[in-house]
Ligand binder design. Structure first.
Ligand code: SF4
Ligand SMILES: [Zn+2]
Length: 371
């Protein structure tokens, strides 16, 4: 499979567009939940880097198209420093006004701690600057192979008293799914070792969990999401962030979705996972990424149903306030829930997972299924 993924990546990368290397891919500010559970202001900066090495060298994860955000040209340490400074200058007033209420997220569509994606000089500059700003916390993302003693040592030295959280793509705690459905190239043992190491440095790890990887049924995806969420919290991740699958361009997920052999998760499934995990771990922060919801490429219920937008708002609100009562109330609603229940039942009787019936079946057949 790896060879296939590498070839797919290679072909798709030809479509990558040049960007000005001195500007981040994007940056914005909004309300977000801080690690202490309070609502603060969060500045997100998506740096323009060459992109994820795992995707370049091993084809990457089957659902991830972030490499397309990377730059085809060379990106120097100076370029990255300019990108970061641009974002900080843009929001400097807000930072200065209330630094202890500010979180900065530095994302790279890859691993911030990998020197081949973010040169050491740029990494040290960014972390030291954040240390000087003396804000509440900083969040970065990294594959676990770059979370080592030397990188954590450096992080601590540069950041001073600013808290750090590292987002790690765990995706699932089922190793077979992680290997065969996602091609993550990470095993549970390494995740456990990384958790231990981060604890020694008092650095929090956040687990990203994918809802509904390829090749599993909707029901299995629900079970996997609940199991993996509970497991990560039991093992000591500071919080979990669910990512309901979105079909990115140029991925294996897109190929199967276009053939009608994959359907992104139902929002009913997403709600059920979050409800069960938060109920069991009421004091831990559980968040849900809502980008992609409710398009046909993202998590959705019946596409035209009015509940989609409503559930998206409920999930956003839950992420911010951690109040489960709204989710409970929505789960008690009927709306198009019977369609989801019939899908779950029908899929269990099928030999392979069902795709998106909007693509796979003609309207006539679809009607048959729906009735
Ligand atoms: S999910 Fe992370 S590790 Fe996997 S290809 Fe995307 S950026 Fe790389
Ligand atoms: Zn509905």
């Amino acid at each position: 499979m790896m060879e296939f993924l590498k070839e797919l990546r290679r072909r798709y990368l030809k479509k990558r567009k040049d960007r000005d290397p001195n500007f981040p891919v994007t940056t914005w500010m909004g309300d977000d939940i801080l690690s202490n559970g309070k609502i603060g202001k969060c500045i997100t900066v998506i740096l323009n880097t060459p992109g994820c090495r795992w995707a370049y060298e091993y084809g990457g994860c089957t659902m991830c198209g972030y490499l397309m955000d990377g730059s085809p040209g060379e990106i120097t340490a100076e370029n990255i420093i300019n990108q970061f400074n641009y974002a900080i200058e843009k929001y400097y007033k807000e930072i200065e006004n209330d630094p202890k209420n500010i979180c900065i997220k530095i994302f790279t569509s890859g691993s911030f701690l990998n020197e081949r994606e973010v040169p050491k000089e740029a990494r040290r500059y960014i972390l030291s600057k954040i240390g000087e700003l003396d804000i509440k916390e900083v969040v970065i993302e990294s594959r676990i192979e770059y979370i080592r003693e030397d990188t954590l040592e450096e992080v601590k030295e540069c950041l001073g008293s600013v808290n750090m959280e590292i987002g790690v793509g765990v995706e699932t705690f089922n190793e077979e799914i992680r290997k065969h459905s996602i091609n993550k190239g990470v095993c549970n043992r390494d995740i456990l070792d990384t958790l231990e190491l981060a604890k020694e440095y008092s650095i929090d790890l956040k687990a990203y969990l994918l809802i509904k990887p390829l090749f599993i049924t909707e029901r299995d995806a629900i079970e996997d999401g609940i199991y993996s969420g509970n497991k990560c919290l039991e093992l000591g991740f500071s919080r979990i962030s669910y990512c309901p699958a979105t079909v990115h361009k140029g991925t294996l997920m897109e190929i199967l979705w276009k053939k009608g052999q994959y359907r992104p998760p139902f929002l009913w499934s997403v709600l059920e996972i979050i409800y069960e995990v938060k109920r069991k771990n009421p004091d831990t922060i559980v968040i849900c990424d809502t980008s992609g919801i409710p398009s046909n490429r993202g998590a959705h219920n019946l596409l035209k149903c009015k509940c989609n937008e409503y559930i998206k708002r409920i999930l956003e609100n839950f992420t911010l306030r951690q109040d489960l009562s709204d989710i409970k109330r929505v789960l008690e609603m009927d709306c198009c829930k019977d369609h989801w229940e019939r899908f779950l039942e029908f899929e269990e009787r099928n030999i392979v997972p069902l795709g998106d019936i909007n693509i796979k079946y003609s309207n006539k057949n679809k009607q048959k299924f729906l009735n």
